[in-house]
Design a binder for this molecule. Structure first.
Ligand SMILES: Nc1nc2c(ncn2[C@@H]2O[C@H](COP(=O)(O)OP(=O)(O)OP(=O)(O)O)[C@@H](O)[C@H]2O)c(=O)[nH]1
Ligand SMILES: [Mg+2]
Length: 415
């Protein structure tokens, strides 16, 4: 969407800064990175301080003229607004700035996701998010389409809108049901995995923090790691065996970002949901990034929005090979560790900490379950991690890790 042909589209970045919002230059630096990842090029920025974004045109009337003149001077072909524009803001701005293309942050993020989606599930999720975004804006987007091709006579145009709307609705329902099937398959895989009862550590964090690099270093896998935003969209789960012989699963998934488009969160729910099944959340933060605190806040808020805030959290401050100093701490986490996923520094400490938290959450049971309480033994097999079992005259002699609540019921049989 950013580039129609081989030339990168040149765009002006536009941001409305409201009281209490973050430094607009920093927000636009991130938008510039997104634009670049999507194949576009920043040729200037316009920031407007306002109490609120204008509900009609995002920026105020006077600013529109300034943008127009500036775009012309810079040879821009379009603008990208830092917030998701409402359908009417999009329509009004497009009309006012014609023939400049008006894009918003969400369109750019959706573009990147579309480029980077590789699994069939990822592709379905992105297409669904794009269609939902477009469905609400079909009138304004169709408007620019018509202009571009010199069409736009009201009668046939209206009819076309109706057809487009119906087509989009149909496609959305096809995609939704296909995604349901895919997520059913994923549930089966997850069930198979959890039957083995291996603890799961879910790696989460802002995009580009180094999540995939960490997974690769820990487990010797080869998830694409790249210095670009949203290199990873799919979830990968890999097995790790600690020095004490404990098997632990680590999962790497899509990264977070400020103002993550709402349709993307919705469409990627099953991917993002992976963290819900985790025993531990491993938050990766880039220690060399001046914006680290704000980004950690975004990650926390996103987890909360997804309903994942009741799990133990280990925060790893990554890329510490790039900084000389300090011991960073995350007061909200259960543990903070400085690491470099690149050099491997700190990884031993990290896995020790993971094992420590797991063992606190998983009670170690050693005892004999009488044959009359056989169902408890099967509970241990399904819900705990069986280390050994032996049939003795008094019952089944078991050694296992079990979740705290099961440990309570097993107390009387403990050695
Ligand atoms: N210097 C240094 N660079 C690192 C470290 N860890 C990751 N990187 C680099 O940071 C960039 C991003 O790493 P990724 O592992 O792709 O990050 P990610 O969090 O998976 O990013 P997305 O999948 O895009 O959300 C890559 O260029 C890595 O080589 C580290 O410990 N030190
Ligand atoms: Mg990644």
């Amino acid at each position: 969407m950013i580039s129609n042909d081989q030339r990168p589209e040149k765009v002006i970045l536009v941001c409305v800064a409201t009281e209490g919002s973050e430094d607009p230059e920093i927000l636009l630096d991130e938008l510039a990175e997104l634009v670049e990842t999507a194949g576009g090029q920043e040729v200037g920025r316009v920031i407007q301080n306002r109490e609120n974004a204008s509900p009609a045109t995002y920026v105020g009337k006077g600013k529109i003229e300034e943008i127009e003149a500036y775009a012309q001077a810079q040879g821009a072909t379009g603008i990208v607004c830092d917030d998701e524009l409402s359908p009417s803001q999009m329509r009004n701005l497009s009309e006012a700035l014609e023939p400049l293309r008006v894009l918003d942050r969400t369109m750019v993020i959706l573009d990147i996701f579309a480029d980077h989606a590789s699994s069939s599930e990822g592709k379905l999720e992105v297409e669904l998010a794009q269609l939902k975004y477009r469905a609400a804006r079909i009138r304004s987007l169709a408007g620019s389409f018509d202009r571009q091709y010199g069409m736009g006579m009201r009668g046939p145009g209206e009819k076309k809108l109706e057809t487009d709307r119906r087509l989009i609705r149909d496609r959305i329902s096809v995609l939704t049901s296909e995604l349901k099937n895919v997520s059913r398959t994923r549930d089966v895989t997850r069930a198979q995995r959890s039957r083995k009862n291996l603890p799961l550590v879910s790696i989460v964090g802002y995009t580009n923090a180094g999540k995939s690099t960490l997974l690769n270093k820990l487990t010797g896998s080869e998830v694409l790691e790249e210095d670009k935003l949203f290199a990873t969209l799919d979830t990968t789960v890999r097995n790790f065996v600690s020095q004490t012989g404990q098997e632990i699963l680590f999962s790497d998934t899509v990264g977070f970002i400020r103002k993550l488009p709402h349709h993307l969160v919705e469409a990627f729910r099953s991917t993002l949901d992976e963290a819900r099944y985790a025993d531990i959340i491993l938050q990766v933060a880039d220690a060399s990034d001046p914006e680290i605190r704000a980004k950690m806040r975004v990650v926390r808020d996103t987890l909360e929005k997804l309903g994942i805030s009741d799990k133990p959290v280990i925060t790893v401050f990554n890329k510490c090979d790039k900084i000389h100093l300090v011991d960073l701490r995350d007061p909200e986490a259960d543990a903070s560790i400085m690491i470099s996923a690149k050099t491997g520094e700190g990884l031993e400490l990290l896995t020790e900490q993971v094992e420590k938290i797991l063992s606190e959450r998983r009670h170690c049971f050693n005892g004999i379950i009488p044959y009359t309480a056989g169902s408890l033994a099967s509970d241990i097999r399904t819900r705990g991690q069986l280390l050994s079992e032996e049939y003795v005259p008094e019952g089944i002699k078991i050694s296992a890790f079990v979740p705290p609540e099961l440990a309570g019921r097993l107390k009387e049989f403990e050695d």
